[in-house]
Write a protein that binds this ligand. Structure first.
Ligand code: NAD
Length: 297
């Protein structure tokens, strides 16, 4: 089994490292060669010396049975798929391309059509579980596409996740991911508003967070992000710009299926403002900082 992995960032790096530790022959590509080197070093430390770095996505994909991508947004995914030096130019017939990114249905249709033309199977397989889940190999993976192709690839997916679900036809994974991830941002803003209200009314921040964690407002977001909000680090391994991209994908999907989502619209506007103010690469919890600055807390 030869695997290509393209996009070795916060998520792709640890996922590829787990495949390296599992002993697979790997060909890696990322625009940032330091990220390739980090995965190669992890593999070498685990005794896997069958890991090569490629200079293009096509070169990585050449001769692969499965190619994985973990890339920032639909535009980049499409470019990395379809360019002359792209994945589909390299993958052989009868191979499988599995996109682990958070992506939209329009891109899915175009890249799947191009893959099908070349007799390459495609699965959408976005993930949730954050950088901790990626490192621990405990991601939830939401898969759309042919169930026989899924069954064939499942043993490899089990090396990067422990909750792997085939949800239905092509695109089902992306729909589930977008519908799930939006709660992270709605919850972050809701948590921040509740904390600010308590603090501005005189309750100490740590006390207020403890009350939220022990009440009907308890959530993963309060447990996981609350301390990073309180200590002012706003630290978590996910870019503000990618969070805003997820919210744009949410509103696109809402238009496609005819849903009206007023809270998502407001939270998208908050994240857009935060990206404009602090920059794409800042942490996604900087949207909370924006609200705090507006309130002077
Ligand atoms: P990231 O920005 O850390 O990593 C993206 C990687 O892609 C970078 O290493 C970058 O150099 C590389 N890249 C960009 N353009 C490229 C190109 N043209 N060719 C090759 N490599 C290229 O992002 P991430 O946080 O790892 O997220 C990746 C995907 O996973 C996104 O779609 C994101 O929405 C999704 N996701 C992220 C998280 C998270 O907590 N970070 C959780 C679930 C899903």
């Amino acid at each position: 089994m030869r695997i290509a992995f393209i996009g070795l960032g916060n998520m792709g790096g640890p996922m590829a490292s787990n495949l390296a530790r599992a002993g697979y022959e790997l060909a890696l590509f990322d625009l940032d060669s330091n990220k390739v080197d980090a995965v190669r070093a992890t593999g070498a430390a685990a005794g896997n010396h069958a890991i090569s770095s490629a200079t293009t996505a096509a070169e990585a994909a050449s001769g692969a049975d499965i190619a994985f991508t973990s890339l920032p947004n639909p535009k980049i995914i499409e470019a990395v798929a379809l360019s002359e030096q792209g994945i589909l130019a390299g993958l052989p017939k009868a191979s499988v391309w599995i996109d682990l990114s958070t992506n939209n249905l329009e891109c899915e249709r175009r890249i799947r059509a191009a893959a099908t033309d070349r007799e390459i199977a495609f699965l959408d397989a976005p993930v949730t579980g954050g950088i901790e889940g990626a490192a621990a190999g405990t991601l939830m993976i939401m898969v759309g596409g042919d169930k026989h192709v899924f069954a064939r690839c499942k043993p490899v997916l089990e090396k990067i996740g422990n909750r792997i679900m085939h949800l239905g036809p092509h695109g089902a994974g992306y729909v589930a991911k977008i519908s799930q991830v939006v709660l992270c941002y709605l919850n972050s803003v809701a948590l921040s508003e509740a904390l600010m209200l308590g603090v501005m009314g005189g309750v100490p921040a740590a006390t207020m967070l403890g009350i939220i964690q022990g009440s009907t407002g308890a959530s993963y977001v309060a447990d996981r992000y609350g301390p990073a909000i309180l200590d002012g680090s706003y630290d978590h391994g996910f870019a503000l710009g990618l969070a805003h991209k997820d919210l744009v994908l949410t509103l696109e999907l809402a238009r496609t299926v005819g849903a009206t989502l007023p809270m998502c619209e407001q939270v998208e506007a908050i994240y857009k403002k935060a990206v404009d103010q602090y920059g794409f690469d800042q942490n996604h919890l900087m949207a909370v900082k924006l609200l705090e600055e507006q309130n002077g807390t």
